[in-house]
Design a protein around this ligand. Structure first.
Ligand code: ATP
Length: 221
């Protein structure tokens, strides 16, 4: 099986996340994309983050009915900060040896990866798929490719090279890094929370069942 791991705070999950996951799943012929909400993200201010149980439930509601999108509560079962390296190691043990795993992330997340715990090990363990995101590092695919090239070769390893044939950055010893222009939606969880604070509609930003959950639970007021 080809499995995409899509970690995030999902505070809350929005249509940008869903579109990105569906497009990447189709383009890279993944069997499933697993959403993995973090319990305690190391890089975000915990004050603005609602309970992990609520964020998990919103992801569950958002993906209900979509074949090939699934949910893992693995980070919620661990105490302390949710580090991607720990999640990847534990999920690698759960899946079969011949399953292929891919780590999905937006360009904004990728360009901060040097701040992640044991980030160098991630490039040994798992292939990455980096998705274009509006407002981050230029608007088009070529700019994204240049940015990722510079980042990979200066921060991770000078031996990463773009392969036109394979359409990804390859390395003799490390895992490949693919890029994908998902024709992304310019939506962020920050924008969803701001709309809610202003008491404006979030109907165009999140699935209706997520909007209903937020309203029923009085989240982000
Ligand atoms: P916030 O605004 O609170 O920082 P966010 O919208 O960036 O949140 P996260 O849960 O932090 O959402 O994102 C999880 C992952 O999804 C990250 O890798 C991020 O880059 C990616 N992502 C988020 N929104 C989009 C989008 N609109 N298009 C593509 N990728 C996205």
């Amino acid at each position: 099986m080809r499995i995409g791991l899509f970690g995030g705070t999902f505070n809350p999950i929005h249509l940008g996340h869903l579109k990105a996951a569906k497009r990447v799943k189709a383009h890279f012929a993944l069997d499933t994309v697993v959403f993995i909400p973090s319990a305690l993200p190391p890089h975000k201010d915990p004050i603005n983050i609602c309970k992990p149980k609520d964020r998990l439930e919103m992801v569950r509601l958002a993906i209900a009915g979509y074949q090939g999108l699934s949910l893992s509560d693995s980070e919620l079962k661990r105490a302390g900060y949710s580090y991607t390296i720990d999640t990847v190691c534990s999920l690698k043990n759960e899946y079969d040896d011949d399953d292929q795993l891919f780590l999905l992330m937006g360009l904004d997340a990728f360009l901060e990866i040097q701040t992640w715990k044991s980030y160098a090990d991630l490039f040994r363990l798992i292939a990455s798929i980096v998705m274009l995101r509006p407002g981050v590092g230029g608007a088009d695919f070529n700019q994204m490719q240049t940015l990722v090239d510079q980042y990979l070769t200066s921060i991770i390893s000078p031996r990463y090279r773009y392969s036109v044939e394979k359409k990804c950055f390859t390395h003799a010893k490390l895992q490949p890094v693919s890029l994908y222009d998902v024709a992304p939606l310019d939506i962020s969880a920050t924008a969803v929370r701001e709309q809610l604070k202003r008491r404006q509609s979030i109907a165009s930003l999140v699935p209706p069942q997520v909007a209903e959950y937020i309203q029923r639970k009085g989240l982000y007021q």
